[in-house]
Every structure is written in structure tokens, then in C-alpha cells.
Design a protein around this ligand. Structure first.
Ligand SMILES: Nc1nc2c(ncn2[C@@H]2O[C@H](COP(=O)(O)OP(=O)(O)OP(=O)(O)O)[C@@H](O)[C@H]2O)c(=O)[nH]1
Ligand SMILES: [Mg+2]
Length: 452
């Protein structure tokens, strides 16, 4: 009977996850119009949630003691911490503020702020008077919550806010109330449905004989299983006498040392994002940048440069007399080249991506104007018949090449920021998003699929 925390988070996992989340955010920004609104909203929520978790640090494991009033949460908290910090009591409900104990290298301040734990209710376990060294638990944030079914609505609100944010839920029950369905329906059920690890602590077993303690634990396990919660272990113990507390502590050590709970949550969120994205991407599409040189050559030719270079070569060779004036580019020709580019760049992608690439690439008017301006800035070499007759042919060919090369450089300089870079950016966004769908596909089918 053990809560499973699958694998150790590699040390650099946080950097990998952070980079993926960053890429998802920037890709969503660049490609927002290509993604259906509902999918986009879902992905933005995912990014926000992941960023929040990463900001808080994914090396902490937050474990909360929850359950009904008087079940012994505060007493168990103190037993685990080793010093009386939470206030257990006779008057019910006793706890109305969350207490936190932190084992670890720093005070987990940002995390506790986010969890809403008051500053005076935080205990730094390291160095606390009377607390033994506990390196195995380093990285643990243990929370003592108010009762979940409180008559005090403020308590219930607190519990509702915190439980979804914890990594492991320790549900503390009293043997006298364990059979009450309401005790373990709501929260435990929700935790189980969301794949949030949880564990049931059957407390107060010092008030039962050993056999009765086990009989109640088995019965509770059966009740949980009947409700579909087969993965939730039940642990009998007594917070008052300490009986069984070591077994629970060992479970907590395992959970803390896995340290992957928060990282898993981010990774799982990204897998979910990948599944969501499948709806906006095409399977196995791999966008390729069309041939830039081909576009440059076509636009240069359309601007009449090839014809002028030919005429200039003829003059140098002594076969011609004039070089035609530069002709302004025709907008319809530019538009045709532009559309061919967009078509080639969006080949294999869903149609919305073609629209996004089309929007990212500058319109034909702007392109025409910028290419004309770039060409008019080119310093053309002087054109005159070459003195040496026998070198004319070679010089003519060189001049032709020179003029075309200068024109290509100018056109390329104009279209790179207007056509090539925006297209490459959208392609990159596509690939970044596709990376998530590939990761999602590589994952085993999720729990729901497995249950079907
Ligand atoms: N016999 C026995 N008494 C216990 C045990 N755990 C707690 N108690 C007692 O039960 C009473 C309630 O304990 P608390 O720890 O205050 O319970 P709680 O769950 O924090 O209660 P709230 O804060 O009101 O939600 C106290 O008088 C404890 O001493 C146990 O394992 N055995
Ligand atoms: Mg309490």
C-alpha cells in the first residue's frame, strides 16, 4: 500500500519544462489566429497555470492534512513536525487558519504566499527548537487545514482554495465517522478523478484494539474501492500515541524525494495541451520554407533587371547602344509571386495556418514599394563599350552577372524582413506547437482512455 510517485525529476527538468512553456506562450502569440478561440483560451489557461507553478518552484512538495473537525489533523501535523505548532483542541472546530511547516533550504515564501498561509502561521522546520534533523523530508511543505465540512464558511472556502493546489492530500478520518459516505465523497473523489495523489489516514486507532483497527481500515478500503477509489491507500495510525506515524512518514519521504509531483503536473499540463492542439494542427505536417532565391530571382526579373543587364551587356560588347530605363514593378506580378510563396509555405498545414502566413507576409503594395526603393538605391556599374575588343565578351558577361547579383542582394534585403522572417517565425510557432502533440502522442493514453 503506497502512493506512487513514478520517477525522479532530473535536475534540469525544470529548465526543460520552462523552455517548453515559454515556447508555447510565444507560439500562441504568433499563431493566435490559426488556433480556434476555444482551444486558444484553454491553452492560455494552461500556460498561466504552468508559469505559476514554475515561478513557485517545482522542487517543493506540498502535502495537506484535510478532513472533518476533530479527526486529528492538527495533532498529526504536530506529530510529524515534532514540535507543537498547530493548535489541537477540544472546542470544535479548532483550526481556522492554515498552518505550514517547511522542511528545506529556504522558507518557500512565494509558495506559501500563493497558498495563502499567514506569515505568523509558518514554521521553518530547520533549526526549530526541539525538532530533530530530518534531511529526508527536505523539500516538504506540510499544511494543517481547517475542517472541510465546517460550520464556518470561511474555513470551507480556505479548504476549497488550497486542496486543488496541493501535491498530495492526506485525508484524516476518525473511526467513528469513517463509514459516513459524505466524509470521503466530495474532495477525495475529486482528487482521485483529477489524478491528484491522495492517502487516507485512519486516525485514533489507539482507541481500538489492533484487530478492530485493521478491520476498520479494511472496511474503509472496501468503501473507497466501491466508490472507484482503488488507488487510495488507507493507513491506520494514532496521532496521539505515535503508533503508525513512522509508516506515514516513510510515505511522505518517498513523495518528497520523488520531487516530481509539481514537475509532473506541469508535464501533464503540457501533454494535455498537446492533445488539445491536435485539433488545430495537421498530423505529421512539416512546413518547409520555400526557395528564397527563386522568389528573389522572379521579383528581380519582374522589375526588368534581367532585361536591363542583358542590354547593358550588349552595349559593353558593342552590340547595342542603349539601356532601358528601370521599370517600376507591377503590383499584380508581385501579388502572384507573393501568393505562390504563401501557398508553398503553407503546404500540408490546416487552412487557418495559410491565412496566418498570408497575414504575416507583407501585402503586395508594400512589397512592391520596398523592392522598387531598394532597386533604385543600387549603384549600377558604368556601361560603355569596352576599349579592348578582345575582352568585350568577357566584360559583358561579368557586367551582366554583377548587375543581377547587386539587384538580387537588394531584393533579398527588401523581402527578408517582409516575407522570409515572418514565414519562418510562423513555421517555428507551428513546430513548437507540434512538438507538444508529438509528446502527447508518445504518452500512454490517459486515465480516462484506459478506463474506457
Ligand atoms: N485518542 C486519540 N485522540 C486524538 C488522536 N488524534 C487527535 N486526538 C484528539 O482529538 C481532538 C481533536 O484533535 P485535533 O488535532 O484538534 O483535530 P483537528 O482535525 O485538527 O480538528 P479541527 O481543527 O477542528 O478541524 C484533540 O483532543 C486531540 O487530542 C488520536 O490519534 N487518538
Ligand atoms: Mg485542527
Amino acid at each position: 500500500m503506497s502512493v506512487s510517485f513514478d520517477h525522479l525529476a532530473p535536475r534540469d527538468e525544470s529548465a526543460v519544462l520552462r523552455a517548453r512553456v515559454d515556447r508555447l506562450r510565444s507560439s500562441l502569440h504568433w499563431a493566435r489566429e490559426a488556433i480556434p478561440l476555444a482551444v486558444r483560451d484553454e491553452l492560455h489557461a494552461t500556460v498561466d497555470r504552468c508559469e505559476e507553478r514554475l515561478r513557485l518552484g517545482i522542487d517543493w512538495t506540498v502535502i495537506a492534512l484535510a478532513g472533518g473537525t476533530g479527526s486529528g489533523k492538527s495533532t498529526l501535523f504536530n506529530a510529524l513536525v515534532g514540535v507543537p505548532f498547530a493548535v489541537p483542541g477540544v472546542a470544535r472546530p479548532t483550526t481556522s487558519q492554515v498552518s505550514a511547516a517547511v522542511w528545506g533550504p529556504d522558507d518557500a515564501g512565494a509558495l506559501l504566499d500563493w497558498l495563502g498561509v499567514g506569515r505568523e502561521r509558518r514554521l521553518r522546520r530547520e533549526g526549530a527548537a526541539g525538532a530533530a534533523e530530518d534531511p529526508q523530508l527536505s523539500g516538504l511543505v506540510l499544511l494543517d487545514l481547517p475542517d472541510h465540512d465546517s460550520i464556518n464558511p470561511h474555513n470551507r472556502e480556505l479548504v476549497d482554495t488550497i486542496i486543488p493546489r496541493v501535491d498530495l492530500l492526506l485525508w484524516v478520518v476518525d473511526p467513528q465517522k469513517y463509514a459516513d459516505h459524505a466524509i470521503h465523497s466530495g474532495y477525495l473523489r475529486a482528487a482521485s478523478d483529477h489524478g491528484q495523489p491522495s492517502l487516507v489516514v485512519l486516525n485514533h486507532v489507539d482507541r481500538l484494539t489492533t484487530e478492530d483497527g485493521w478491520a476498520v481500515a479494511r472496511d474503509l478500503q472496501r468503501l473507497l474501492a466501491e466508490d472507484g477509489m482503488v488507488d487510495v491507500p488507507v493507513m491506520p495510525l494514532s496521532a496521539r500515541t505515535g503508533q503508525g506515524v513512522d509508516v506515514l512518514r516513510a510515505e511522505l519521504e518517498g513523495a518528497v524525494q520523488a520531487r516530481s509531483v509539481a514537475a509532473d503536473a506541469v508535464a501533464a499540463d503540457l501533454v494535455e495541451a498537446g492533445r488539445t492542439l491536435e485539433r488545430a494542427l495537421a498530423r505529421d505536417a512539416d512546413p518547409v520554407l520555400p526557395d528564397v532565391q527563386e522568389l528573389v530571382a522572379a521579383l528581380t526579373a519582374a522589375a526588368g533587371v534581367d532585361a536591363r543587364a542583358e542590354a547593358a551587356a550588349a552595349v559593353v560588347a558593342g552590340r547595342g547602344t542603349t539601356v532601358p530605363e528601370p521599370t517600376p514593378l507591377r503590383r499584380d506580378v508581385v501579388e502572384r509571386e507573393r501568393l505562390d510563396w504563401v501557398d508553398a509555405a503553407s503546404e500540408g498545414l490546416p487552412v487557418t495556418w495559410r491565412i496566418v502566413i498570408g497575414d504575416a507576409v507583407a501585402p503586395a503594395d508594400e512589397l512592391t514599394e520596398r523592392i522598387d526603393a531598394a532597386l533604385s538605391d543600387v549603384e549600377w556599374p558604368p556601361v560603355a563599350p569596352h576599349r579592348s575588343l578582345w575582352r568585350r565578351r568577357a566584360r559583358a558577361a561579368a557586367l551582366r552577372r554583377e548587375m543581377i547579383a547587386s539587384a538580387h542582394a537588394a531584393v533579398r534585403g527588401a523581402i527578408e524582413p517582409l516575407v522570409v522572417h515572418p514565414t519562418a517565425l510562423i513555421h517555428q510557432a507551428y513546430r513548437n506547437l507540434d512538438e507538444l502533440t508529438v509528446i502527447a502522442r508518445a504518452e500512454a493514453p490517459d486515465r480516462r482512455d484506459a478506463a474506457e
